[in-house]
Design a protein around this ligand. Sequence first.
Ligand code: CP
Length: 318
Amino acid sequence: MSEDHLYALRHRHLIGLEDYSGAEIRLILDTADSFKEVIRRPIRKVPALRGKNVVNLFFESSTRTRLSFELAEKQLSADTLNFASTGSSVSKGESLGDTARNIEAMQVDCVVVRHAAAGAPLFLSQCLSNAVVINAGDGAHEHPTQGLLDLLTMRDALGGLEGLKVVLVGDIAHSRVARSNIWGLRKMGARVAVCGPPTLIPVDIEDMGVEVCYRVEDALRDADVVYALRIQLERQHEAFFPSLREYTRLFGIDPERLELAKPDAVVMHPGPINRGVELDSRVADSGRSVILDQVTNGVAVRMAVLYLLNGGGERDAA
Ligand code: CP
């Protein structure tokens, strides 16, 4: 690790990459690189969080995020509890704050939370006295560990982040993944362009330091990374474009459109993919796709975040 690195994060929680500096993001990515070596061992376990209780509080569906947090916790030797809102006292009307305070009363050290409401992790961090809160995706606000695993995957594939042109295509307005990527990439010196139907591009998005393109052919020219976002039908309460077929015709990433990007450009997607809508299967399954590398890196990044926020960095510095 270089000398200008911080040895611990300034933050107690991870609510969003908006709050984190470039140096802190680099520390998490470098720590994740170290954990990749642990994941490759025959026995994938270190005692870093032995004796810590971590609860995964998922109020929304998840495959990748929930499983990779659970794996990361187990590989760090934490004791893990899984909470799903169905089957819990939430179905009897218990509030989020009361649920969390009851969980903390059981001596939980860290809460990983996914919630449909933007701001739920911040609210929890204000309710809880001692536990660390990690945002696993809140509404259309942020998905910081997804942003971090995406940055790590780009850095692995292309050798660095500074100066890269990253194009985010799709539903920018409803995408917490887009927001975390934009914050993280801008802090690491990458250029970001967003592209999609005008109804799915927030009017003030340029204030985040991104370029806006409404023609995917313009956006993809000279791109290093083509990042297709999922069309989130569950977050759209009105029709933002005439039909899925129309969306695919104008914005879908197919082999012909991919040719407009740089020859070594990589293709990314946060999952789950709507195959044949935002991404053609010939692209999703091609040698240019690093989509499964994103998933693999998710475990290492979540190990790094759990480790650093639960005192790992401070112990090393001592
Ligand atoms: N990328 C992502 O958040 O996937 P899941 O919804 O499966 O966790």
